[in-house]
Design a protein around this ligand. Structure first.
Ligand code: NAP
Ligand code: ZN
Ligand code: ZN
Length: 347
């Protein structure tokens, strides 16, 4: 075991603070890298505050990391020292079940291992995430990162990127489709970029009037303020797809009403409390309510390659490590433009 520096929450109400953690000794298939940037996902906040329950303390969040390889195990084939790499939300799975074989490691029948708050199958300990200097990950869960894109802006692709790319691809969203994205935060801004890039007609549904200009710059063709009843009335029956990225409880029925016949609303946002859904919101118009969880390893690599080819990155605000608690407060206030990314050299 090797010690490294990180930032952790010690309980649900404590602010994140410096923490020393251990990384396992390199196994033959392991890649070790220095984390250069790590994105800040709203899931980090949900988990640090135990909003979904099941958090094991101390927790070191962070699952959008990019960095440079510093050493590799004897059997590593895909990476060498100096390579730019990324790691997202997963660091292991059984690789043997039907879902793993299909490249859907996020749905591993035997339980995939989360990048943080997971059980490390090799060391037996708890996994610690990317708010730290270094990490050791088995090569099958390490992704290749292009030298072409600005590295800080690539980090959020590892979660916000794949989480929005995957459902858009799964449901074959593109030309001729009317798509709405709810919530212009980390996931929402990537959903707008991808949906526009795939050729869809994109509407941003936001609670924040000041985000309209940015939404259009990101690729949205239309903007509606969801606090404005007039805007909402005009949207009834409009969309083929809605991507819901909202992190807090909200009224799903209000948005289901905006679906066209056979329309599909896809939840990627994960509010901590249940919401009521009226059957009538679905049966009139044969509508579907669906969900999607990050994406598997092959699709994550495909998404990174697509971004390199089409010059798609996240819009980021780079912050020092000790700004993290303020960043969480701003995220709760919806004040994110459009992803905080931690510069790990400040730790
Ligand atoms: P974020 O950057 O904080 O963005 C969330 C946005 O939702 C806000 O910027 C705001 O946009 C809108 N919003 C917030 N509170 C709202 C409310 N009460 N009513 C309506 N809109 C509200 O968060 P994120 O990192 O994108 O994550 C979003 C959610 O996705 C979180 O719950 C996170 O845990 C989840 N997530 C899921 C997956 C998955 O695999 N499914 C992966 C990653 C994250 P406006 O100002 O435009 O209204
Ligand atoms: Zn995330
Ligand atoms: Zn599996």
């Amino acid at each position: 075991m090797k010690t490294t520096k990180g930032y952790a929450a010690q309980n649900a109400t404590a602010p994140l603070a410096p923490f020393t953690l251990e990384r396992r000794t390199l196994e033959p298939k392991d890649v070790q890298f220095d984390i250069i940037y790590c994105g800040v996902c709203h899931s980090d906040l949900h988990m640090a505050k135990n909003e979904w329950s099941g958090t094991v303390y101390p927790i070191v969040p962070g699952h959008e990391m990019v960095g440079k390889v510093t050493s590799v195990g004897t059997d590593v084939k895909k990476f060498k020292v100096g390579d730019l790499v990324g790691v997202g939300c997963l660091v292991d799975s059984c690789r043997d079940c039907d879902n793993c074989k299909k490249g859907l490691e996020q749905f591993c029948r035997n339980g995939s291992t989360g990048t943080y708050n997971g059980k490390d199958k090799i060391s037996g300990g708890v996994t610690y995430g990317g708010y730290s200097k270094q990490i050791v990950v088995t090569e099958d869960f390490v992704l290749k990162v292009s030298e072409k894109l600005p590295l800080a802006n690539v980090a959020p692709l590892l979660c916000a990127g794949i989480t929005t790319y995957s459902p858009l691809r799964h449901w074959k969203v593109g030309k001729g489709h009317k798509v709405a994205v709810i919530g212009l935060g980390g996931l929402g801004h990537m959903a707008v970029k991808f949906a526009a890039s795939f050729g869809a007609d994109v509407t941003m549904l936001s609670t924040s009037p000041e985000k309209e200009k940015d939404a259009r710059l990101l690729g949205a063709h239309h903007f509606a303020l969801t606090k404005n009843p007039e805007d909402l009335k005009n949207l009834v029956g409009k969309f083929d797809f809605i991507i819901d990225t909202v992190s807090a409880p909200h009224n799903y029925n209000q948005y289901l009403a905006m679906l066209n016949t056979d329309g599909i609303m896809i939840c990627v946002g994960a509010p901590p409390t249940p919401s009521e859904i009226m059957a009538f919101s679905l049966i009139g118009g044969r509508k579907s309510l669906a969900g999607s969880l990050i994406g598997g390893l092959p699709e994550t690599q495909e998404m990174l390659d697509y971004c390199a080819e089409h010059n798609i990155v996240s819009e980021v605000e780079i912050i020092p490590m000790d700004y993290i608690n303020t960043a969480y407060e701003r995220m709760l206030a919806g004040d994110v433009k459009y992803r905080f990314v931690i510069d790990m050299s400040t730790l």
